[in-house]
Design a protein around this ligand. Structure first.
Ligand SMILES: C[S@@+](CC[C@H](N)C(=O)[O-])C[C@H]1O[C@@H](n2cnc3c(N)ncnc32)[C@H](O)[C@@H]1O
Length: 284
């Protein structure tokens, strides 16, 4: 028991030192962004502490499951035997919300993390005949799930050169689901490599961003701050020329353990806030 406690303390100390070195590295390489982030800390802590404001919400007796009118949920709920599919129940509502517009359209769909292969035919069945499914996994054993409309690539999602090779073979991915190794570094490298290469209108999903101190979530909130930025180039009475991030990204959605990013179908040139009407209060 004492040995286990010492082992755990050593692990914590090791983690603390490694994180401290990462923090020093960012301070040296990006001092302006570092100071901005420190400035956010009080409000971050305030938001982080909000949980007790929701303590009054009663615990329900059971869960409201997704509706069977959600075809993906219907498939999963009725699927009992065959190659395994492993998903959180609450993901199915999110999938249908962001993916339904792609059904029965020409589509290249990529899932990172194949495991036992059952999710790949599930996506084919949901998206329809014009869909091509691509799967990526680090395990050679997953090659056996390849078929007519399912192509399997074996590689490490944290390896940037793997993504260059992948994109040479598959130039366009319209929907990407990252259900791979789930370490924040793997998730961040995959997003950095793939999101900029995905076409207008595409949707990017990162799954299993579990934990209140999840580092991928910290990374994605950095992207949210960029979405709220301004180019500094004034346009019209009240407006800005859109930044690169604002031209590319339509919206960023957070769900329990999941982050969804939608790219613009029609990138905006400007962000403007015109006033319509003739009667205005004098105070502003
Ligand atoms: C949670 S399972 C995927 C579950 C599957 N998508 C499903 O819905 O049933 C995670 C998979 O990611 C793979 N994986 C782990 N590390 C990876 C990496 N660095 N690159 C690519 N795949 C990885 C694992 O081999 C495993 O098959």
């Amino acid at each position: 028991m004492a040995f286990y406690r010492v082992y755990k303390a050593a692990n914590h100390f090791n983690y603390f030192i490694r994180r401290f070195l990462v923090i020093c590295k960012v301070f040296i390489s990006q001092p302006k962004i570092f100071i901005q982030s420190v400035d956010f800390l009080p409000e971050f802590c305030r938001g982080f502490s909000i949980e007790n404001r929701f303590d009054h919400v009663p615990t329900p007796n059971g869960n409201k499951m997704p509706d069977v009118s959600n075809p993906l949920w219907k498939y999963f709920a009725e699927y009992k035997t065959g190659p395994g599919v492993w998903k959180w129940n609450h993901y199915f509502e999110v999938y249908d919300r962001h993916f339904s517009k792609f059904r029965n359209q020409p589509l290249n769909f990529l899932e990172i993390g194949i495991y036992s292969g059952g999710s790949l035919p599930m996506w084919l069945s949901y998206f329809g005949d014009q869909c091509h499914v691509f799967g990526v996994d680090i395990e050679e054993a997953c090659r056996c799930y390849e078929s007519d409309r399912i192509r399997v690539f074996i590689g490490d999602q944290q390896d940037r050169s793997f993504w260059s090779r992948f994109c040479e073979a598959v130039p366009e991915i319209h929907v990407l689901v990252d259900d791979g190794g789930h370490t924040p570094e793997q998730q961040m490298v995959t997003l950095e490599e793939m999101l900029p290469r995905m076409p207008a209108g595409s949707v990017y999903v990162c799954e299993d961003t579990c934990g209140i101190s999840n580092l991928f979530t910290a990374f994605a909130t950095g992207l949210v701050h960029r979405l709220n930025g301004d180019s500094g180039q004034i346009h019209g009475v009240l407006g800005y020329t859109a930044t690169g991030v604002q031209r590319a990204i339509h919206s960023i959605h957070f769900y329990p353990y999941m982050c969804v990013i939608e790219k613009h179908s029609f990138p905006p040139r400007t962000l403007e806030a015109p006033k319509h009407g003739t009667q205005w209060q004098p105070f502003l």
